[in-house]
Design a protein around this ligand. Sequence first.
Ligand code: TXA
Ligand code: MG
Length: 317
Amino acid sequence: MTQHAEFLATDPTTVAEAAALLRAGKLCAFPTETVYGLGADATDADAVLAIYETKGRPRFNPLIIHCADLAMAEALAEFSPLAQQVAALWPAPLTLVLPARPNNGLADIAMAGLDTVALRIPDHPLALELLAAVGRPLAAPSANPSGRLSPTSAYQVRLGFAGRVPVIDGGPCRAGVESTIIRVDGDRLVQLRAGALARSDIELALGVPIAVAEKDAAVAAPGMLLSHYAPRSQMRLNTTPRAGEAWLAFGAVPEFDGPTRNLSPSGDLHEAARNLFAMLHELDASGAETIAVAPIPGEGLGEAINDRLERAAAPRG
Ligand code: TXA
Ligand code: MG
């Protein structure tokens, strides 16, 4: 990677350094099991504002608040018995949208003025260490410029923000797609975003069915703009490549004479989710105008993978 700018060679930030930055109202990126997050003290309105400015993120799009433990989460939102049942799955790549407690100390702008709040306890040792060291909830969207692919390595974070944001390097993210977002709606669970914890696995663990919010119900999860997670290249889905295109394959496929990545040669959906953004980044960088993508099965984690691919392929607004 020596051909890249100097900032890529800078030393990674330690957890102690990151905690000091965050407590002083500065931003710092950190690894989670899903993707890297761009963190700020969620109780500090100026720090949270800096997240929106750094990402170029629309202010109507609220942030996920990361908590060190259940006690921290329960101080921020009201947990019904059903919500407690789902929260028992934490730490996990799972975000819960719950009624916010009044005067919970969070900056209004972190919740984009809504009366609900999105919370999660991430399942990553460095993220948990950091949250404990800061001792405050951290607002952390994915650490990418708004509308671009989420970063699954510290390297991608540095590239995305041209080295302007310090980052704790935890290596590649284990899950590779963002958390599953579930809204607790009275006695109903509604999935607002498919993600790294498969809906079918949550249903199995809880014995409770989970409804799916309409794809374009922008009000449900304000950040689920259709054209999101966009690479620069055009995308063609459920297909095989033509000459001159790049090829994002899955499973056992014939050789292709062009830039090729295989999400999982053995057809494993966990491996495919883990590789998805990194391989899209790589094929995007290959210079091909179009990335052809093989069909991916829809079950389990395939729901989140297909969701991200459809968004990446959506017309740019
Ligand atoms: O895996 C993840 O969730 C990563 C890591 C860093 O934790 N974070 C992440 O954050 O993906 P972000 O900001 O890229 O996505 C947050 C999503 C957006 O779609 C936003 O609209 C939605 O959560 N959201 C936040 N608060 C909400 C609320 N009160 N009601 C509905 N949706 C909400
Ligand atoms: Mg994001």
